[in-house]
Design a protein around this ligand. Sequence first.
Ligand code: RIB
Ligand code: CA
Length: 309
Amino acid sequence: MTARPIIIDTDPGQDDAIAILMALASPELDVRAITTVAGNVPQPRVTDNSLSLVTLAEREDVPVYRGCSRPLVRKLYTAEYVHGPTGVDGADLPTPTVEAHPMHGVDAIIEACLDAGDEPITVCPLGPLTNIGMAIAKEPSILDGIREIVWMGGAFDEAGNTTPLAEFNAYVDPHAAHIVFSSGVPLTIMPLDVTHKALMVERHVEHLASIDRPAAQAAAGMVRFYERYDIDKYGIPGAPLHDPCVIAFLLEPSLFSGETGPIAIDHWNEATIGNTYRSEEEGVGRATVMSSVDADAFFDLVIERVGSL
Ligand code: RIB
Ligand code: CA
């Protein structure tokens, strides 16, 4: 089996961290690069957290590249109120044994896609789309080297989690999202519509915490910290594990279902900025927008992979 080449673009973030650990534990995936983007917490924290995660997974072979420090147009808006000041509160991640690669994350994305040849790259953004939008703007021909983009972001028939209309990753950099949406790239989206059905409830967390291995223990600690915000805000029985939906889709796509059609994102009106929606008239691009998931099978996969590290 030839492993699928992917790039993970990320703003860790506890849920990003679990997605990264899942990917690093999965032989089906060839993680060519981890590129970091300011989002949940600023640079350099997202880069430091990514370096700690490849160290925790004993996958220092995977290069980490520091990407953009702010959105393309808007001021950076961060989410320490959800993730804590480190972005990965709840776990004491190891001090990195490696440093970030000197190349900028945007250039690393461009180089990997231009060099893809007959192995096009699956790009997995888990945060604001700043790096991806910048890469497409800088070198549009990278689209030929991209198999598809699978992004966690947006909210379609679900309310937003940052404003009533906007999900965090879409809200932070709607202009970059507009570039990606309108680029014509094959696009699959894991919005809140589906991630809010992937709630990590007590039995899942206890199962993870029962695995006496460093990555599983770190993941359980991070969920324990991260879950309190959503449980308090929504009165739900567990935290939505947003970003691991992207990696699970690559590993077992049949766990998810959704619809393909024209989409758009508000990126001009302050009252609705970051709102993602389906529209025949205003759609600027097409995407498969996921809306359902087999939650039990999803968490079995998450726990199996993270627990194997
Ligand atoms: O809205 C949830 C998304 O925003 C997740 O990717 C989380 O990590 C934050 O980046
Ligand atoms: Ca994220």
